[in-house]
Design a protein around this ligand. Structure first.
Ligand code: FEO
Length: 170
């Protein structure tokens, strides 16, 4: 069993993960509109992974016999000014998610919920990957993004990403 404070913060995190999916879908739609179909596909796959992250929390709350409480999702931003702007915003967003995961880790320690503290380790590691992946793309965009031929190649490269369901591994 998990206590109410832990249940609440985990439910809030489900909302944040699903909001992340919404945000990345919105970014993907903008990129598709701009003709950057490869980067758009990358964003759509990112959105699917965010739903996986939310579902792993959903399953965990149920497994611990606590109540899943789904809240309304905020509408994501819809206007952007190019691929670099998108990845800058995605990076800022992932930093807020990392902070949020840190707060869950801290709360579960304070509440002596060591099982959930152990569970959340998966998210701490995942956030290192999330920040790194986005930052690498952002660095490339900063370095070559102004050059249309390079941007075309980057779009092609990112379009080769394939979706693999994120699963919880301890
Ligand atoms: Fe689920 Fe991108 O963090």
């Amino acid at each position: 069993m998990i206590n109410d404070r832990v249940k609440e913060i985990l439910n809030e995190q489900i909302n944040k993960e699903f909001y992340s999916a919404y945000l990345y879908l919105s970014m993907g739609a903008y990129l598709s509109d701009m003709g950057m179909y490869g980067i758009s596909k990358w964003m759509e796959i990112q959105a699917r992974e965010e739903i996986d992250h939310g579902m792993i929390l959903f399953d965990y709350i149920l497994k611990r016999k606590a109540k899943v409480e789904l809240h309304a999702l905020n509408a994501p931003e819809i206007s952007f000014s190019g691929a670099q702007d998108i990845f800058e915003k995605a990076y800022e967003h992932e930093k807020t998610i990392s902070e949020s995961i840190n707060r869950i880790a801290s709360l579960t320690e304070n509440e002596c919920d060591l099982a959930t503290r152990n569970f959340i380790d998966w998210y701490l590691k995942e956030q290192i990957e999330e920040e790194d992946n986005i930052l690498r793309i952002l660095s490339k965009l900063k370095a070559f993004g102004a050059d249309k031929a390079s941007l075309y190649l980057l779009d092609k490269d990112l379009g080769s990403r394939e979706y693999h369901q994120s699963t919880y591994e301890n």
